[in-house]
Ligand binder design. Sequence first.
Ligand SMILES: Nc1ncnc2c1ncn2[C@@H]1O[C@H](COP(=O)(O)OP(=O)(O)O)[C@@H](O)[C@H]1O
Ligand SMILES: Cc1ncc(COP(=O)(O)O)c(N)n1
Length: 457
Amino acid sequence: MLHRRTGGAHRPPRARSLRHRLGQARGHRGRGHPPARPGRTPRRRRNPCRRRLHRPALHQRRPRARPPTRGRRVRGRHAARRPDRHRPRRAQPTQPRPHLRSRPRPRHLRRRHRHRLRRRAGDGTRLLRGPPRHRRHPRRRPGAHGRGHAGRRQGRSRRPARRAHPQAPLGESLLRVRRDGRPVNRVQPPVALTVAGSDSGGGAGIQADLHTFAAHRVHGTSVVTAITAQNTRGVTAAAAVGADLVRAQLDAVLGDFPVAAVKTGMLGGDELLALVAEYGRADRLPNLVVDPVMVTTTGDALFSGDPAAYLAELGPLVTLLTPNLVEARQLLGREIDGVEDMREAARALATFGPRAVLVKGGHGADADSADVVDVLWCDGQLLDLAAPRVATRNDHGTGCTLASAIAARLALGHPLPQAVAGAKVYVTEALKAATDWHLGTGPGPVHHHHGRRSVAL
Ligand SMILES: Nc1ncnc2c1ncn2[C@@H]1O[C@H](COP(=O)(O)OP(=O)(O)O)[C@@H](O)[C@H]1O
Ligand SMILES: Cc1ncc(COP(=O)(O)O)c(N)n1
């Protein structure tokens, strides 16, 4: 229906209901027209030409007079301008929308009072801002602003200062510092590389190294130098990977990944030793941790070259050299017995040029001692690192695990002494966590992922 005001003509007052006229209309109490009183002048009628000061609600307004559309169809967004449009385009907040309401509103609240009600999620628009409510923490934290509540912080500062680690090798933008001061990479995982042999039993070599990198949330890359057929009882066969293929692997990894630390394990012989030294001299092996693997725990030889070449070729390029007692004996060509001998050996090995030397006292040391002591020589200082001895037979791959844990921590930006001490704690916990394991009939592997729930649980 088209409502049109006729130009200048006075409209007759609208007919009101009887209740209005009696002043009983709801919401107009006392304001209705009193009944006509005989003998008195009738009340002045409102001048219909005067503009109304009170604007009616949008949905109650009459449409403005507009020239007729001359039969043209008005489509799309122009349809909103149609003069016979009674209802506003958008629903008004005062209009009840029961299908969008999350819970029933109290019935006693009248329409004109509804604006007093707080709008809730689910009322009206369905656009959600922020994360869905069901993902929020079910228990609110105390305090007006949750996390910042001073009682919960117990006096600690609101947030630890964000600063790059003083010895951060990866560039400041990638490193952040945690509450406890340890650096953490928020952008992407650091990359570490292991150059080592494959242990088919999965307890040592490449497999142990990659487990350890993953446990440290460091992306592990690998260059396989040898393939061993091995289980917890020993090595039954081994084949070296050709130098060309090792070179190709090194080029593939180093040419594409931002490798932050490198660990070497089983190199097998002089040829691969010389190859690794070549990459080291070209400054392509940052934070180089060298575990001079020569013999397995089960007594199988894994190195056929000249032990002295290790020191001559790699010595000056190495960040940390980690021989066990047997390997330290072979490198120096002398007996090592007891902690004082280990200290002497560390000092002697340091003269070949590495920045640091760690002589490990696990295998071959006094098996009855309460503590396992490793000796660290670093930047001219000697340090004994003691940890309680774990009574276990599952100690296969502890040397590989320790060296790769140190490399992972260097990749994460830990300073060298802290990286060594932290890695030793990690190995001790890995030994403890695997004491009840019966994987194979010989010395079994350690638990590289101790303290972490399976992602499948
Ligand atoms: N039973 C043990 N309890 C605690 N720590 C151990 C035990 N056996 C080895 N370790 C630690 O494991 C690390 C590797 O040492 P070791 O076993 O001597 O190396 P490798 O495996 O090269 O022979 C060292 O830090 C050593 O102290
Ligand atoms: C391929 C490979 N690399 C290294 C080791 C030494 O590990 P462990 O000294 O614990 O026997 C090993 N057994 N196998």
